[in-house]
Write a protein that binds this ligand. Structure first.
Ligand SMILES: Cc1cc2nc3c(=O)[nH]c(=O)nc-3n(C[C@H](O)[C@H](O)[C@H](O)COP(=O)(O)OP(=O)(O)OC[C@H]3O[C@@H](n4cnc5c(N)ncnc54)[C@H](O)[C@@H]3O)c2cc1C
Length: 432
C-alpha cells in the first residue's frame, strides 16, 4: 500500500506487515530485512517509511493500572488519546505529552517525544519505567535503565531502529481538573519573548507562537502561552468529534500573503499585554487535533516541519539570524512554535538539549530545500541540531554534527545485527 508521514511527502509503496502473536512478529523479523516499525504515522517525514513496515497500531490493549503509583501497562499501539479518554475522568494525565494526542505509545518512546514542560519534566522516556521490545534476532527483552542501559539509551529516541516495542509501563500523573489556568503574554520582539520565557520558567507548561515573517524591530514578536492545571472545573473529559479538511487544498492557497494575513490576525486578536483564561486540556495541549487532516491545507505536494534546537547561550543570536533569513526568503510558516528546554537526558539520539527550539512548517515547493540547507548551516554554527521525527531531508553531515553520540549508536546497532534488520528511508539517508 501507499504510505507517507504526516507531511504527505514522500509517498511510497510499502508492504505493511501485521502480526497476531509475539511469536508471529519474531518470525516476521526473522524473515525480512530493512523493515521499520510504524505507529500512527504522525512523524512528519520519512522516519516510519520503508519498503517493509510493521504496523503496531492494532496492538492497543490496556494491560493493567496501579492506582497507588499511577503506573499504566499498555500495548505499544495504544494512542495517547485512548489513555486520556479513560484516565482523565479518573483524575490522571500524561506526564509528558506532545502537541498531538494522536500518536502511539511506541512512537512516543521511539522519538522520545517532549511537550510544553520539557524544562521541568524532560522527555517521554522520563515517564517510562520499562518496555518490552523484539530485537533483531527475534528475542523479547524487558528493557529498563538498570538491566539493559545501552538498549534503553539506543531505543528511547532511536526512531524504531533497535526493534519493535510491544508494550510499556508508563507513569501517569494526578490531576484535580481537566482545566488549565492559561496566561497569554503578548511580546513585541525576540528580546521580550526571551525575557517572558525566563520570567515564567517556573510555570509547568510554556510555548510561544512566533510571527516568523516579522522584520526589523518587530522580529520575534510572539504570543507566549504559559499554564498549570487548575484545581477546579471537574474532570468531565470527552474526546470531541473532529472537523475534517476533506481534500488537498490547491497549492496556491498557502503563500506569503496568506501567511502574513493569518499572522496579523492571530497576533492582533490578542489585545492586552497579559490575558488570563481557563481552557480545557484539548484547547491547551492539542489545538491542532481539533481539525482532522489539517495537513491537506498544504496541497498535494505536502509539507515538511523544520525543527531545530540551539544551546541556551547561543539561542538568542542564532534565532535572530534564522528569523532574519526566513523573513528575507518570504517563505513563511503559519505554525512557528518556540519552546524552552531543560537539561538533556542520556539517550543517544534524543533531540532536546538545554536551550530553545523552533518548529516551522513549510510547504514543499521550489527553493524550500535550499532555504532549509541555509538554516542548517546557521543551526550548526550555533551548536544546534535537527529533530529526526520531523525531518525528511537533512544531510548525513549535518545530522552527524548535531548528535555527538552517533557513533556509539551505530556501533551498538552493528554489534546486535540491527543495522541490516531495521532501516527507514531516513536511517539510510543519514547513515545510521
Ligand atoms: C500535530 C503534531 C504535533 C506534534 N507535536 C510534537 C511535540 O510537541 N513534541 C514532539 O516531540 N513531537 C511532536 N510531534 C511528533 C510526534 O509526536 C512523533 O513523530 C511521534 O513519534 C509520532 O508517533 P506515531 O505513533 O505516529 O509514530 P510513527 O510516526 O508511525 O513513527 C515514528 C517513529 O517511531 C517508530 N515507532 C513507532 N512505533 C514503534 C514501536 N512500536 N516500536 C519501535 N519503534 C516504533 C517508527 O519507526 C518511527 O521511527 C507532533 C506531530 C504532529 C503531527
Amino acid at each position: 500500500m501507499i504510505i507517507s508521514g504526516w507531511g504527505m511527502y514522500p509517498k511510497i509503496e510499502s508492504t505493511v506487515l501485521r502480526f497476531e502473536t509475539e511469536q508471529a512478529l519474531a518470525n516476521l523479523i526473522g524473515e525480512y530485512y530493512g523493515l521499520v516499525p510504524r505507529g500512527n504515522g504522525r512523524s512528519y517525514g520519512d522516519s516510519a517509511l520503508s519498503p517493509v513496515t510493521v504496523d503496531v497500531k492494532p496492538k492497543n490493549y490496556f494491560l493493567s493500572f496501579d492506582e497507588s503509583s499511577g503506573l499504566l501497562h499498555v500495548q505499544a499501539g495504544a494512542l495517547l488519546s485512548d489513555i486520556l479518554e479513560i484516565f482523565v475522568p479518573k483524575g490522571w494525565f500524561l506526564k509528558i505529552t506532545p502537541g498531538t494526542k494522536l500518536i502511539t505509545v511506541g512512537g512516543a518512546i521511539a522519538s522520545d517525544v517532549h511537550g510544553k514542560n520539557h524544562h521541568i519534566e524532560g522527555c517521554f522516556s522520563e515517564s517510562v519505567k520499562e518496555f518490552r521490545i523484539v530485537t533483531a534476532n527475534g528475542t523479547i527483552i524487558n528493557c529498563n535503565r538498570e538491566s539493559t542501559p545501552d538498549l534503553w539509551k539506543a531505543t528511547c529516541g532511536g526512531m524504531g531502529l533497535t526493534g519493535v516495542i510491544l508494550d510499556a509501563k508508563i507513569y501517569l500523573k494526578k490531576i484535580k481538573s481537566q482545566y488549565i489556568n492559561q496566561v497569554t503574554i503578548k511580546t513585541k520582539n525576540l528580546k521580550e519573548t526571551f525575557d517572558a520565557f525566563e520570567e515564567f520558567k517556573d510555570k509547568p507548561y510554556s510555548v510561544a507562537w512566533i510571527d516568523c515573517l516579522a522584520k526589523g524591530n518587530a522580529m520575534g514578536k510572539s504570543l507566549l502561552m504559559v499554564g498549570d492545571f487548575s484545581g477546579e472545573g471537574g474532570l468531565g473529559y470527552q474526546l470531541k468529534p473532529q472537523k475534517t479538511i476533506p481534500f488537498n487544498f490547491p497549492s496556491f492557497t498557502l503563500n506569503k500573503l496568506s501567511v502574513k494575513a493569518f499572522n496579523e490576525l492571530y497576533y492582533g486578536k490578542v489585545r492586552k499585554k497579559v490575558t488570563k483564561q481557563q481552557v480545557d486540556i484539548d484547547a491547551f495541549f492539542y489545538p491542532l487535533d481539533a481539525i482532522g487532516h489539517w495537513n491537506r491545507i498544504y496541497g498535494k505536494n505536502g509539507f515538511t516541519q523544520y525543527q531545530f534546537i540551539l544551546p541556551k547561550v547561543h539561542s538568542y543570536d542564532g534565532l535572530k539570524e534564522i528569523l532574519a533569513t526566513i523573513a528575507d526568503s518570504g517563505k513563511g510558516s503559519f505554525l512557528a512554535v518556540l519552546k524552552l528546554y531543560g537539561k538533556a537526558n542520556q539517550n543517544w539520539l534524543s533531540f532536546p538539549l538545554e536551550g530553545y527550539s523552533l518548529a516551522l512548517d513549510f510547504k514543499i515547493e521550489k527553493g524550500i530545500f535550499q532555504l532549509l540547507d541555509m538554516l542548517d548551516r546557521i543551526v550548526l554554527k550555533y551548536g544546534g541540531r535537527i529533530y529526526l521525527t520531523k525531518d525528511v531531508r537533512v544531510s548525513r553531515k549535518t545530522f552527524e554534527k548535531g548528535y555527538p553520540q552517533i557513533d556509539t549508536f551505530r556501533q551498538f546497532r552493528k554489534e546486535h545485527g540491527m543495522d541490516k534488520k531495521f532501516q527507514s528511508l531516513q536511517s539510510k539517508r543519514v547513515g545510521i
